[in-house]
Design a protein around this ligand. Structure first.
Ligand code: PBG
Ligand code: ZN
Length: 331
């Protein structure tokens, strides 16, 4: 009875009744985190061409955009500040108490006291050169100088009311530096969701357009991890465990299921997968070209991330959860 013809797995698949009873549960909405781009101004929703269905929003429009997701039980939001004016060499506007993200956090917190608010902590959206850290005199990203700037930015987000900060600059020691500064400021309960294994990927293009954060010259290869090196990828996340990360992350997601799965085996920390802008844009482009059904493409990718071991999924599809997983939302 160990094989064909006694064993026929197609028996499980013959009828909807059997398929239904054996079907794995769809990922619940509380596992999804929606990334939001916040801009200065009032009453402005500016569409992101490379990411249909996503916009940059002014602070006053955030509540209306988030409200339907809160009603459906979304897990949380991840905020990115987009600035046009006020960038400088060292990204000073990243840590101002009246900065864009800080104001957005206060607004969302006041409207939704129980919603999980996470913030991206990185300088690339705030520096004139578009790199994720401060440059030294020869134009290279200075790791240790950058740590202080990231820590200061994280504390300002915590002060505004963020539940957690998500450092994405890929500086060595950034989780430790942020933890220390948070603890010094009495923010002992602020979570750190580290972008622990973040690859130097070609899949960030639409995001850089959305966040106006592309490097003016050069690449991020001196800080983001090389995607061809599995062992460095694992070490990146394990070092962040030692530095005190509360949640780990693999980014991008779908090309890196092996890494996600291996980190899942190595630690009991919660693990997030960030399905990035390029993954989202590719699915939409394929659907628009008639090569697949958009919701089915989204659904299959999201289920794959859960199967590989993601607890949390950071995805632009989060604001379309109800159409992607209609059965879960049928209340
Ligand atoms: C900033 C940051 C990036 C993303 C998240 N935080 C871009 C980058 O590293 O250039 C990418 C997210 C996406 O593509 O959806 N460090
Ligand atoms: Zn960055």
């Amino acid at each position: 009875m160990n094989g064909f013809p006694d064993v026929r797995l197609r028996r499980y698949r013959q009828t909807q009744r059997v398929r239904d009873v054996l079907r794995m549960p769809a990922p619940a909405p509380n596992r999804f985190i929606w990334p939001i781009f916040v801009i200065d101004g009032d009453g402005t929703k500016s569409a992101i061409d490379a990411m249909p269905g996503q916009s940059r929003l002014t602070v006053d429009l955030l509540a209306a955009a988030i409200e339907p997701l809160v009603v459906r039980g979304i897990g949380g939001v991840l905020l990115f500040g987009v600035v046009e004016a006020g960038k400088d060499e060292i990204g000073s506007c990243a840590h101002r108490d009246d900065g864009i993200v800080q104001r957005a956090v206060r607004e969302i917190r006041s409207q939704f006291p129980d919603l999980l608010i996470l913030t991206d902590v990185c300088l690339c959206g705030y520096t004139t050169h578009g790199h994720c850290g401060v440059l030294n005199t020869s134009g290279a990203v200075d790791n240790d100088v950058t740590l202080a700037a990231l820590a200061r930015m994280a504390v300002s987000h915590a002060r505004a009311g963020a539940d957690g900060v998500a450092p994405s600059a890929m500086m060595d020691g950034q989780v430790q530096a942020i933890r220390r500064e948070l603890d010094n400021g009495q923010f002992i309960n602020t979570l750190i969701m580290s972008y622990s294994t973040k690859f130097a990927s070609a899949l960030y293009g639409p995001f850089r357009e959305a966040a106006k954060s592309a490097p003016g010259s050069g690449t991020r290869a001196s800080y983001q991890a090389p995607y061809d090196d599995r062992r460095q990828a694992i070490r990146e996340s394990m070092l962040d465990v030692d530095e005190g990360a509360d949640i780990l992350m693999v980014k991008p997601a779908l090309y890196y299921l092996d890494i996600l799965y291996q980190i899942r085996q190595k630690t009991e920390l919660p693990l997030a997968a960030y399905q990035v802008s390029g993954e989202y844009a590719m699915a939409i482009a394929a659907a628009r070209a008639g090569y697949g059904d958009q919701n089915a493409l989204a659904r299959e990718s999201l289920v794959a991330l859960c199967r590989a071991g993601a607890d949390l999924i950071i995805t632009y599809w989060a604001n379309q959860y109800a159409t992607i997983f209609p059965e879960t939302s049928a209340s």
